[in-house]
Structures are given as C-alpha cells and as structure tokens.
Design a protein around this ligand. Structure first.
Ligand code: 4AD
Ligand code: MG
Length: 465
C-alpha cells in the first residue's frame, strides 16, 4: 500500500478506510489488552497514534517496537476515542524496518541538553525540537526565494572557491591540492603556488558580494544564497565557520531604498514563518522560548529605528554618564561591541535598529564614502537577542574613490581587476546587503545557540558528522 505522510493522515477525512504510515516510534505504552504507538515521520511535529489490539498482535511481535525503531503500519484510519487527536489508526499489519536497542538508543529520555544533543547531531533531527527547527529552516529558505522571485530578482550563483578576500578581513580557509609537507618556496620564503591546482592561492569565499555586484551591473537585481566560510576563531553562540548567507545586490538604489529593502525582506520572512510554521512555532514557544511568537509578531508590526552611528555613540555615552557600565569603550570611531548593540536595541529603543553611516575605518573598503569624508553608507540591521543580523551598504561606484581606499588599505588588487572594471565600464549607483541565514534562524526559532539551527555545525575544533 502507498504510504501517506503523517501530516496528511492527521488531516484526512477518509475515516474507516485503509491507510499506511511509516516512521519512527516515539513511544509505546498500554495495558494487557491494547498498546498505543506514537509514530512520527518528520512531516509534522505531531505524532499519529497507532492502536494495537493485543488479541491480534501478541506482545512478542510488538517487542521490537521500541522508542527509535522504524516501522511501517497499515490499518484503518478511525476517529480517535482519546483526546488530543482527531484520528488514529487501528493496526492490521506491522512491518519492522529497523530496531533500536533500548539499552543503546541515545534518544530514550526527554529533556536531553542541547550540548549533549550536539554530540549526537546524526540523531538529533529525530527530536521534536530539532525536527521543528529544520522544518522552519526549510521554510525560511523557501520564503527567501519566494520574496526575491516575486520582486523581480534573479538568483545568481557566485563561486565558493575564490582568489579574492571580499571583506578584506583575512579570515579565509585556503584551498589547495599541494602536498603540505613539501611546499615549494621562493627565495623570500613565500609559497610558490604556480604548480597548485589553480596556479594561484585560492580560498573558500567569505562573501559572494563582489561577484554579486557584477551580476547586478548586468541583470539589475540579483541575490545569492549559499554557503560562506570564515576562519574566525570566535567561539560564540552567534558565529559559525560555515554558514549560509543571502546577499541581494541592486542597481540604481540609494541608502533609503536599501534600508526599506532590508526591513521589508526580514518582515516578509518572519511573517512567512508565522503563517506557515504554526505547529512548530507553537512547540518552540511552549518548550524553548515562551516569548517567541509574541516577539515575532512585534517585529512584523514595528517600524525599525534608523539610527546614524554618531547618534548611537551619543546615546551610549549618555548611558555611561548615567551610570551604565560597559565592558568595552564606545568612543566615536570604535567598532560597537555586542553589549552596545544590545543596549541600543533591547534597552534604549526596544525594537530593531538599522544603524547607518559608520566611521570608514571600521568598515570594508567597498562602502560608499559620505561627503564628510569620514563616514560610509553602511546600513547594518541590529536585532534583539541577536545583535547584527544584516550587514549592508551602498557601494562606492566612483573608480577614483574606490582606488584611493584600496591603496590606502594596501589591499592586493592584482586579482581584482575585474571588480574595478565595473567602475570603469558603465558604473552605476548600487547597494546590497548580506543576511546571515543562521542569525535569522536564531531569531525565528528562539534557539539560543547558532550551532542548534544548522544540521551539522562547523566551529573551531569541531567538524564531526
Ligand atoms: O557583515 P558581513 O561580514 O557582511 C558581508 O559579508 C557583506 N559582504 C554582505 C553584503 O553586503 N553583501 O556579514 C553579513 C552577515 C552578518 O550580518 C551576519 O548576519 C552574518 O553575515 N555572519 C555570520 N553568521 C554566522 N557566523 C559567522 N561567522 C558570520 N559572519 C557574518
Ligand atoms: Mg558586518
């Protein structure tokens, strides 16, 4: 018989008809006469109840049906007698695909810690929490493609292997086929890459932006959505060495329109979750973060604050004057620490903040210089509990100004002639941003640690699974 997914079975009105479901046993309980199997197949957070008449199925035959075992259950879909579900299945045929020894299966107990579950990342998708998180993750990916497709953007694929450091921050993982034990060096001690696979030094990308800009200079509005790699040695709940980033790049827009896009896009994604992930959000709201749904609703309904950096510093210094203690300094010119971001977002405004016009020295080389010659048109979005969720900017379209910045920062431009060409041939005003997919996931799920919103996290000293 053809399998029905449990999400559909639970909604089915075809009662008193045969049905087949397959999945993993969450629990089995019962008495002398009847046994109840709670079965889950990942299609929904909800289990379907399988009722087993022990007169027809001797206890012996049910013995392998323990928590974690995989079964196929055929029976009759009937209206449920019990509370909690509309329908259940009266079992007529049972097949056990795979057993799970109760002495050994690690997911027997409820309430296992997130830290422990990370050590069994190969099994944790079978828990309620991770099932919910990964279904929401899928939904967020669909929301992202849907938003951009509806708004006339093209999905533009940028390379993962690259010879340029887009952010100029030197946090790249090298890609090589060279024998690391026998590296050839020149007389100055520099590694000779001429016989390496690409004939030059290459790395995994830290951002698709630079190539994304090339796309925008031809297709007008593009976005990328792909893996991004950063060898930053920061063991925090908000950093991964491998994460996914969404990077729209748009020709002919200015700072205000960029901020409108950032705000509209995030709200669309959050609204999508509220509309399409109700069961999973309700579960997370109940067991992970009691304020979750309310916080999601409030973001959809609030207008984000737009705050120039200089004004932000003034607010922070005012707070210091009034006795608030920060660990790090916040003089004009300092990069904001997450305590500063959180003070502004959570304490001072109580809503998301788009911070703009940062000192140029704390931002990347490609950001458009303001007329004051000191600040650049960055537009980062800061979120409650997360801090920076989006990093964006208007791009410097003037060849001369861009070159001046590149030279003063000593950025090796030998391999970036192609990027400069966009400023030589038909340069256009343009802007874009990068949204960290997992930071969005943290916000939408209420999970506390970025390692718990991606199936197989990559962090310093950790690349299992
Ligand atoms: O602010 P970032 O470094 O900006 C860029 O890479 C630009 N090229 C984006 C653009 O304008 N097209 O990174 C963008 C976002 C951050 O705001 C954050 O959400 C996320 O990427 N991010 C990380 N997420 C997880 N782990 C990390 N190590 C991250 N580093 C950045
Ligand atoms: Mg940033």
């Amino acid at each position: 018989m053809q399998r029905t997914i449990i999400a559909d079975a639970l909604k089915s009105t075809a009662v008193n008809q045969p049905i087949n479901v397959r999945g993993w046993v969450r629990s089995r309980r019962g008495n002398k006469n009847v046994s109840f199997i709670a079965l889950n197949d990942g299609s929904t957070i909800k289990n379907i109840q399988i009722v087993v008449d022990l007169a027809k199925f001797p206890e012996d035959q049910l013995k392998p049906v323990t928590t974690g075992a995989c079964i196929s259950a055929t029976g009759i879909l009937v209206e449920s007698q019990g509370a909690g579900q509309a329908v259940e299945i009266q079992l007529s045929e049972l097949e056990v695909y795979g057993t799970a020894d109760p002495e050994q299966y690690p997911l027997q107990k409820k309430g296992l810690s997130m830290e422990y579950l990370r050590t069994i990342a190969h099994l944790r998708p079978r828990t309620n929490t991770f099932g919910a998180v990964f279904r929401i993750r899928h939904n967020m990916a669909m929301a992202i493609h849907s938003y951009f497709h509806q708004h006339g953007y093209f999905y533009f694929h940028t390379p993962l292997i690259t010879a340029s450091d887009a952010e100029g921050a030197g946090q790249m993982f090298q890609v090589t086929t060279k024998n690391l034990y026998r590296l050839r060096k020149d007389e100055d001690g520099h590694i000779d890459y001429s016989d390496d696979f690409f004939g030059k030094m290459t790395s995994l990308t830290v951002s698709g932006q630079l190539e994304g800009e090339l796309g925008a200079m031809a297709l007008g509005k593009i976005y990328t959505f792909g893996p991004t790699f950063r060898a930053e040695n920061s063991n925090t709940p908000r950093h991964l060495a491998e994460f996914w980033m969404i990077e729209p790049e748009v020709a002919f827009i200015q700072k205000d329109e960029l901020m409108d896009l950032e705000e509209d896009f995030i709200k669309y994604c959050v609204r999508w979750a509220l509309e399409n992930c109700q069961d999973d959000l309700e579960f997370l709201n109940q067991f992970v973060d009691k304020g979750l749904i309310e916080r999601l609703r409030s973001v959809v309904d609030t207008e984000f604050v737009r705050l120039p950096y200089t004004e932000g510093i003034r607010i922070l210094q005012e707070a210091v004057k009034n006795g608030h203690k920060f660990e790090f300094p916040c003089e004009w010119g300092d990069d904001l620490a997450s305590e500063h971001e959180r003070y502004l977002v959570e304490k001072h405004f109580g809503k998301p903040v788009i911070m703009t016009d940062y000192p140029k020295d704390i931002k990347a080389f490609y950001m458009k210089l303001n007329e004051d010659g000191k600040t650049v048109q960055g537009t980062d979005v800061l979120f409650p509990a997360i801090g920076e969720i989006i990093g964006g900017s208007v791009r410097e379209e003037s060849y001369d100004k861009l070159m001046a910045e590149i030279e003063s920062r000593h950025i090796p431009m030998k391999d970036m002639w192609w990027y400069l060409d966009t400023r030589r041939f038909g340069a256009a005003p343009h802007a874009g941003f990068g949204l960290g997919f997992e930071r969005l996931m943290l916000f939408v799920t209420g999970m506390q640690n970025i390692r718990d919103v991606i199936p197989f996290p990559r962090t310093p000293k950790s690349a299992d699974f």
